[in-house]
Design a binder for this molecule. Structure first.
Ligand code: ATP
Length: 306
């Protein structure tokens, strides 16, 4: 992660993040967007910038507009006004598939896996944007990368995704996104409902991705864990951006502490997790559930036209 990340906000913004400055290329530039659902103004005059290779934590309470912000970036909900530029291109009203082609991928809240497909088959779904890989070499390399980040996904390669714990499913969802080689990764509440060990592991991977140059926008109610991972943070409240500052500053901001850092188990003194997985989130053992012997790659990958 670079320490030079810069996010600028307009409106009621506190901290040092207002105004542009600092080094690094701005790859997400949001200017004054308003997003509505009918009469509901989910985002009002929201502006922020994200510098390449930074992690931006997007924090706020339920209904604050975090998911809407990510959906607007991903081309899933067009702003009524304002502009969004991704890698210097105006994507404000571009459809999601076009935005994805520019290298932006959203991992949605709730993960949306194909629960009847295996872990590897789910991962393969993430490659579709990239077109053909006739001999499977590039796809194998991507599997290896994802398995290096989340070794459990290699052990559970042939297990149906629906049989995994919440934390493991979140890893599949992030892995699937990485298979598409995004340059900007949007994560919507990746820690929701996960045991602390999984939260830590997932956020460690986020930090590692950023060290490798990926830009990440991390929407989280687990504000403390998110800010510890991030370079910068912004706070949304009722659709309005209220704070924009380096993450370390927000962690020590009285107002942010009072309103947001007590939320979620992660907000309580050092823990980074939410509620434990009902199915034993830390139970990573590959045995005991009748799964077939694991293979690292899906059968017949070399025959797949991916
Ligand atoms: P959460 O953490 O609960 O997911 P959030 O910060 O992501 O919350 P959003 O889901 O973006 O917030 O919701 C912002 C506002 O928009 C809320 O008032 C919500 O009720 C409203 N909203 C979100 N999606 C829709 C929809 N599909 N139709 C109508 N209103 C919606």
């Amino acid at each position: 992660m670079s320490a030079t990340g810069e996010v600028s906000g307009v409106g009621r913004v506190s901290g040092t993040g207002s105004g542009s400055g600092g080094g690094g290329r701005v790859v997400v530039d949001v200017d004054g967007i308003e997003v509505r659902y009918g009469a509901t103004r989910a985002l009002r005059d929201v502006s922020c910038r994200v510098v390449e290779g930074d992690v931006l934590a997007l924090i706020g309470a339920n209904g604050a507009g975090k998911s809407t912000f990510l959906r607007a970036l991903a081309g899933l909900r067009a702003p009524r006004s304002g502009t969004i530029r991704i890698f210097d291109e105006d994507t404000t009203r571009r459809p999601a598939h076009e935005v994805a082609r520019r290298g932006l991928c959203l991992v949605p809240e709730g993960r949306q896996l194909f629960t009847d497909l295996t872990v590897s088959e789910n991962l393969l779904m993430g490659c579709h944007r990239l077109g053909r890989d006739r001999d499977g070499t590039a796809t194998r390399a991507k599997f290896e990368r994802v398995h290096a980040l989340f070794p459990i996904l290699a052990d559970f390669a042939d297990r149906r995704a629906g049989m995994l714990s919440g934390g493991q499913q979140q890893m599949v969802a992030i892995g699937r996104a990485l298979m598409g080689e995004p340059r900007i990764l949007l994560l919507d509440e990746p820690s929701l409902g996960l045991a602390p060990a999984y939260v830590t592991q997932i956020l460690d991977v986020v930090a590692e991705l950023a060290r490798d140059g990926m830009t990440v926008v991390l929407a989280e109610q687990n504000a403390r864990a998110a800010l510890r991972t991030a370079d910068r943070g912004v706070v949304l409240a009722n659709g309005v951006l209220t704070h924009s500052a380096p993450a370390a500053e927000l962690l020590h901001d009285d107002d942010v502490s009072r309103h947001y850092l007590g939320m979620g188990a992660g907000g309580r003194d050092g823990g980074d997790g939410g509620d434990a997985d009902p199915d034993g989130a830390d139970g990573d053992g590959a045995d005991g559930t009748g799964a077939t012997a694991p293979r690292r790659l899906p059968a017949g990958l070399d025959r797949l036209d991916v």
